[in-house]
Design a binder for this molecule. Structure first.
Ligand code: ADP
Length: 363
């Protein structure tokens, strides 16, 4: 039997009316993601839905959830349907439209149980931002902190691959998502909620609400620090994330060749404008390390990063060489700080983590 299309599912969801209103959840723009996955090994296909609701809807939220489940199951004949409800203040409801005018815009709050959040950012993709984020998170954990990692790189989520995470997500009795635990770190990724290759309807508010869900609807327990893997660049998505997440600070990862470019300055300016403290610059893929003789070749001219960072008024946290072992280990889901904790690369990340701890006030 062919898989249902997104339109089939939207049509079914059009039958879900918002309690106390005449609107349905599709008209009201509350359906923020639909994913349909073929069952592996002959198992049943799976449908995942994300619906944005206003917490002020109270019991209406459960009515919507049940109704959405029933409509989609009966329209598609697929039993394996999960519905994730995400809190979104702007979603329409009879209750919220009365209250809206009286509610001040809330400044972003830290998720429950989380002390600090540090963004790992880069001017462009492919510079090793995610590899650095994971290894820094592992180094912070090795230093005795309780650590979580949030993959906010909505266009290319790589934390599941880097940390060898399973694909499915579970919820606790309170409806909070349970983060994956890998190598001592609690991990959440947009890639776990919506598979990379799945057809997805992304709308502007979806990115915002998925991020909110990953931060605030997750059972984080107690975490000294969440490391947030940002999408690259300074476009609308990273800007919106930097605005809506209460960042304690940001770290910028760059390669020697893009350090000289204006892009890095733009990234720095974005955080400065939002008053997010820049806690450091990391030069990744600095000199090439020969896998045979371990000699270092500064292909892109190495050494200027510290001066460039200092010129921009950012502390320089250190260099990571361009090394075959680093690529192999992170692509195999065994990041080097975990796989070879006493090795020379792990020591580089650990030294950076120690400096960061000081700057984050996590001493
Ligand atoms: P980004 O998050 O900036 O897109 P990734 O962390 O996904 O970048 O890294 C891109 C590729 O570069 C991956 O294959 C990764 O293993 C590799 N890589 C990252 N840092 C290094 C390094 N220092 N040496 C060698 N390969 C690296």
């Amino acid at each position: 039997m062919p898989l249902p299309s997104q339109n089939d599912i939207l049509r079914a969801l059009g039958g879900v009316v918002i309690p106390d209103t005449n609107d349905n959840i599709v008209q009201a723009g509350m359906v923020s993601a639909i994913s349909v996955r073929d069952g592996e090994g002959g198992s049943e296909p799976q449908i995942q839905l994300v619906i944005e609701v206003d917490p002020a809807m109270g019991e209406g939220i459960e009515v919507i959830r049940q109704n959405a489940l029933a409509q989609v199951k009966s329209a598609t004949g697929i039993g394996n349907v999960s519905v994730i409800m995400t809190a979104h203040k702007g979603a329409p409801s009879a209750a919220s439209s009365k209250k809206a005018a009286a509610q001040p815009a809330n400044p972003p709050e830290l998720p429950q149980g989380v002390k600090t959040i540090i963004a790992v950012a880069s001017a462009k993709g492919g510079v090793g931002k995610s590899t650095t984020a994971v290894n820094l998170a592992l180094a912070l954990y090795a230093s005795g902190l309780s650590v979580g990692i949030v993959d906010a790189d909505v266009h290319g989520p790589s934390i599941p691959r880097l940390m060898g995470l399973r694909e499915s997500m579970e919820q606790n009795e309170a409806g909070l998502l349970i983060p994956h635990e890998s190598m001592g770190i609690a991990a959440m990724s947009i890639g776990l909620l919506v598979p990379e290759e799945a057809p997805v309807i992304w709308r502007g508010p979806m990115i915002h609400s998925a991020l909110k869900q990953m931060l605030h609807q997750v059972d984080w327990g107690q975490r000294d620090v969440l490391v947030l893997d940002m999408p690259p660049g300074t476009g609308d998505v990273p800007l919106s994330i930097a605005q809506h997440v209460p960042l304690t600070g940001a770290v910028i990862v760059s390669t020697p060749q893009d350090l000289a470019l204006q892009d890095v300055r733009k990234g720095v300016a974005m955080f400065e404008k939002l008053s997010v403290p820049l806690m450091g610059m990391i030069e990744n893929m600095s000199a090439f390390e020969c896998p045979h003789c371990h000699g270092m070749t500064p292909i892109f001219g190495h050494g200027g990063a510290r001066a460039d960072a200092e010129r921009m008024g950012i502390p320089f946290l250190g260099h990571i060489p361009l090394a075959m072992a680093l690529r192999e280990s992170s692509d195999a889901g065994a990041p080097v700080v975990h796989a070879d904790p006493e090795g020379s690369y792990a020591q580089l990340y650990k030294a950076m983590a120690t400096t960061l701890r000081g700057k984050m006030g996590l001493i």
